[in-house]
Design a protein around this ligand. Sequence first.
Ligand code: ADP
Length: 429
Amino acid sequence: MFKKLHLKLTLNITIVLVVLVAIYSFIVYGFIYRGNKNPAQLILREAVSHVSDLNEIPDYPPKPKRFPKNNHKTVNIFNLKFNKDLHYVLRNTDLTITATTLDEVFDDDSLKKYALKVLKTKGSLTITTEINEESVRMITAYINKNGIEGIAQVFYNRDAEIFFMTRLMTTFITIGLLSIIVLVIISWYLAKKALEPIKKSWQQQKDFVADASHELRTPLTVIQTNLEVLESCENETIADNKQWLDNAYAETRVMSKLIDDLLLLAKIDAKQVALEQKEFNISKIAVEVSAQMYPLFKKKSIVFTTSIVDSINFNGDETRIKQLIIVLLENALKYTQEEGKVSLTLEKKDNKVIILVEDNGIGIAHEDKERIFDRFYRADKARFREEGGTGLGLSIASWITSLYDGAIRVESEIGKGSKFHVELKIYRK
Ligand code: ADP
């Protein structure tokens, strides 16, 4: 699927780039063409203006007396040698040739046709045409000077110009073809770069759906098995089979927590979690959560101690901060054996709140330390499911810390215990 998309994207980017290059080349070519045409027309007009006697070819362009220093006016981009290349045909009002630079006037009928046209309008006509099978740029102008009326035709052969424009076109096409190859490579790379995050999130989504269905199937199977046992004991009382009911009930709680976490993660992915932004006493929250957790620690004979600095104010979403502390304490409870020790510390350092949750429980292997913050990751899948874990708590905790420009890290050693260290910015810009 992504291969096809990659190809399609490459093609689209290439088309856009090629069209842009083509437009750019077209504009540049057009400018150069005009850049030649305009001065050429000026020179032809200038050449005509030098005609003062129909029997005499003017000395135009005049031969420079000394080397011209700055001759921008007459130098055009092709550097045509007008001295040599400009040809004159001068006529009287009968259109008879009175003077010419040509040894022989070929195709005089065509020239006459333009002369006649201009004689009627008494204006001038600049054209690009074919005379005697040669392409020429020509001006035909009506002359009325010193009481003399007539027609002056000045033209030059466009060979040099055509040669230059053909060269330019060939160069453009060659560069264009080469740049298409380069553009295809660039497009391939750009498309790959553009697809990478999509690919990643697609893979994440796929993994997420697979993991979620797997996680949901497990408690369902347990519930089904327990209910099947109950069904087979039709004649017994509920009290006799309380154990099966308790099992099923416990699994519904796991399922319910799992569904809550899944919904939250889906909202996180869709960036649809509504967050509150208000100032609250985070010390009070820590004390409240500790009080809720205390009986659970006690039930497992775990010594739970707290060190909470009074009245630290925090700016953010109270529910999420509470959820963060609960995740850490519930994990400490789950992964610490009976008669172990768990402590919660809350303090302030500069513009940061520091939350530390330390236990002397089972600890985390070095290779698992990075991965425990991934969705559905459990160091020991089969064993830790029994503790009621979903493998989502720490990924949610990590998301909450990210909301407050914070960081979460763990120090841990197998068999010795773990220390979760959270830093949150109190005020963010
Ligand atoms: P779970 O719901 O499985 O606890 P979490 O995302 O909260 O999911 O934790 C991921 C994994 O990290 C756990 O399955 C466990 O292997 C490990 N873990 C988390 N906290 C602790 C801890 N305090 N001690 C040992 N292992 C822990």
